[in-house]
Design a protein around this ligand. Structure first.
Ligand code: TPP
Ligand code: MG
Length: 569
């Protein structure tokens, strides 16, 4: 009778959970596992990445986008270590991911053998579940438990498998367990709902702060806001929960946010937070009656004093609240917020129109709007580029993902790879700074290899520009921020596909149109202005003082005097 070995049991269990692809790089300690994937390649695809970090970032992005488990695989030692950054991205953004790594064979464990790294200890902090598999008999049940835990605790499960275990056959007594995770239907307690309704029924200046936990509840959120007469501010991970140009939407908050959102928070007497544990609490009201709705009890009141906590799902809970609260007649606050937002959009449009010798980054984000389809996926890297996209790309129905809480450079391209695998029919953009793209650009060939028609747009300012502004805001002189780049369009061509280099404003739209029509992986390398500052919605005294100090230092030490754009507004 045919009996499975450990590797086959592992792959079968993944298939049972509906996993249809994994990201990884083959090698010695996992070769038997790779052979099991080869045998089942019709059911589960092995996406061979060029760097395990890109694989882990892709797995994390897949989970963020779809809510389904992302899976990555690496050899013992160096491969496992490479996964770490992507796994932290998953941890910090609460995305369910399973990482499988090899290990030296069981007889050699603990002997400092070739490539032996204490993988369990390495992943101790990142993982919600972290097990070494020492017998193939553990495989079905432990893999089930790992996946169930990753889903239930929205985090990273790690399985470490010594190189000999995948080869060993399972005996007949192997335990087979439940390959599913059940989630209950979360509803807030009646007394908390009553208390929330009482507060929300009073007249006042109410503001809603919506995070990514409000995804999938657009209709309910808008109906709730309408009833309350309350504007909606969105966090960065929540970008897209409502359309950016919706009359109730005040855009983002914080340094990358809008003035209208900033002012609304200053004035609010009631704050309703949904699906967010917003970290920059200095931008929240100093004193407001606060209600927080979240599925996780441990998020309630974590960073900010909350008066009423509601443990429940956004969609259902918002609908129930809307039914119970009266329509707020006084719309004066909402109207004022909207007026400010209209002003803000006017200012953004002005910035998008500025002509300069190099292309303005704001204009690139704006022009992307014109070619992005309604259901496109925008995988955005980290840096000033995030600010340009957050402010100048008006999302309608597109999906927006980034490394929100880890904010790791290099997330843009892997996120786009995952998006195109998840949604082969949708248009997918990787939107990166030159610094971010440089960190994972070796995996551009992965998009070519798997025929993923990703449009990569590089905001190329030959600089890690966000850091330049951080240095200057601290009163320092810019240092170690310039980048020497290849011509990214030529790089795309050297990889065997199409690339476009854009140096003039008028070329941008036609090139982007060509790029999206190409339906093959491509890079649009756009030379953008490096000195363009992502001006905060409100400049604080500290920031102004920092820039003044920077100007004096620069003048005294380097004989230059330049007025930073941040002070020009
Ligand atoms: C892995 C990692 N290293 C360093 C940083 C710090 N960091 C944040 S933004 C940034 C600059 C990004 O530069 P680029 O991608 O060129 O975007 P730009 O700001 O120029 O638009 C750096 C170095 C980080 N977030 N992640
Ligand atoms: Mg840059």
């Amino acid at each position: 009778m045919f009996r499975k070995n450990g590797a086959e049991a592992l792959v079968d269990t993944l298939i049972e959970w509906g996993v249809d692809h994994v990201y990884g790089m083959p090698g010695d300690s996992i070769n038997t596992v790779i052979e099991a994937f080869r045998q089942k390649k019709d059911k589960i695809k092995f996406i061979q990445v060029r760097h395990e970090e890109a694989g882990a970032l892709a797995a994390a992005s897949y989970a963020k986008l779809t809510g389904r488990l992302g899976v990555c695989l690496a050899v013992a030692g160096p491969g496992a270590i490479h996964l770490l950054n992507g796994l932290y991205d998953a941890k910090l953004d609460h995305a369910p991911v399973l990482a499988i790594t090899g290990q030296v064979i069981t007889d050699l464990l603990g002997l400092d053998y070739f490539q032996e790294v204490n993988v369990s200890r390495l992943f101790d902090d990142v993982a919600v579940y972290n097990q070494m598999i020492v017998s193939p008999g553990q495989i079905p049940s432990v893999v089930n438990q790992a996946i169930r835990t990753a889903y239930a605790r929205k985090g990273v499960a790690v399985l470490t498998i010594p190189g000999d275990v995948p080869d060993i056959e399972l005996d007949r007594k192997t335990r087979y367990t439940y390959a599913k995770v059940d989630s209950g239907h979360l509803e807030p307690r009646t007394e908390d709902m009553d208390a929330a309704c009482e507060v929300l029924s009073k007249e006042g200046k109410k503001v809603i702060l919506a995070g990514k936990g409000a995804r999938g509840a657009r209709e309910e959120l808008l109906a709730f806001a309408e009833r309350l007469g309350a504007p909606i501010v969105v966090t960065l991970p929540g970008k897209g929960v409502v359309p950016d140009k919706h009359p109730y939407c005040l855009g983002g908050l914080g340094l990358i946010g809008t003035r209208a959102a900033y002012d609304a928070m200053q004035e609010a007497d009631t704050l309703f937070m949904v699906g967010t544990s917003y970290p920059f609490t200095g931008f929240l009201p100093e004193k407001a009656m606060t209600i927080q709705l979240d599925t996780e009890p441990c998020q309630i009141g974590k960073r900010y004093p909350v008066d009423i906590g509601l443990i429940g799902e956004a969609k259902h809970t918002l609908a129930r609240l809307t039914e119970r609260i009266p329509y707020q007649e006084n719309r004066e606050f909402l109207a004022r917020c909207k007026e400010k937002m209209d002003k803000w959009w006017g200012k953004m449009e002005e910035q998008e129109k500025i002509e300069s010798s190099l292309i303005m980054p704001q204009y690139v984000a704006r022009t992307l709007e014109e070619v992005a389809e309604e259901n496109a996926v925008l995988s955005c890297d980290v840096g000033n580029v995030t600010v340009w996209m957050a402010r100048h790309f008006r999302v309608t129905n597109q999906s927006f993902i980034t490394s929100s809480w880890l904010a790791t450079l290099g997330c843009g391209l892997p996120g786009a790879i995952a998006a195109q695998i998840a949604y082969p029919e949708r248009q997918v953009f990787a939107i990166c700074g030159d610094g971010g793209f440089g960190m994972t650009m070796n995996d551009f060939v992965t998009a070519i290899k798997y025929k993923l028609p990703i449009i990569t747009v590089v905001f190329n300012n030959h600089k890690i520009a966000m850091i330049k502004f951080e240095q200057e805001a601290m009163g320092n002189i810019e240092y170690a921020t310039n980048l020497v780049n290849p011509n990214f369009a030529a790089y795309a061509e050297a990889c065997g596909t199409v690339g476009f280099r854009v140096e003039k404003r008028e070329e941008l739209l036609p090139v982007l149109q060509k790029a999206v029509a190409a339906r093959r992986p491509c890079i649009v390398d756009v030379l953008v202005e490096a000195d363009e500052a992502p001006t905060p919605p409100k400049i604080t005294f500290g920031q102004a003082a920092g820039f003044t100090k920077h100007m004096i230092k620069e003048f005294v030490e380097e004989g230059r005097f330049t007025l930073p754009p941040i002070l020009r507004v």
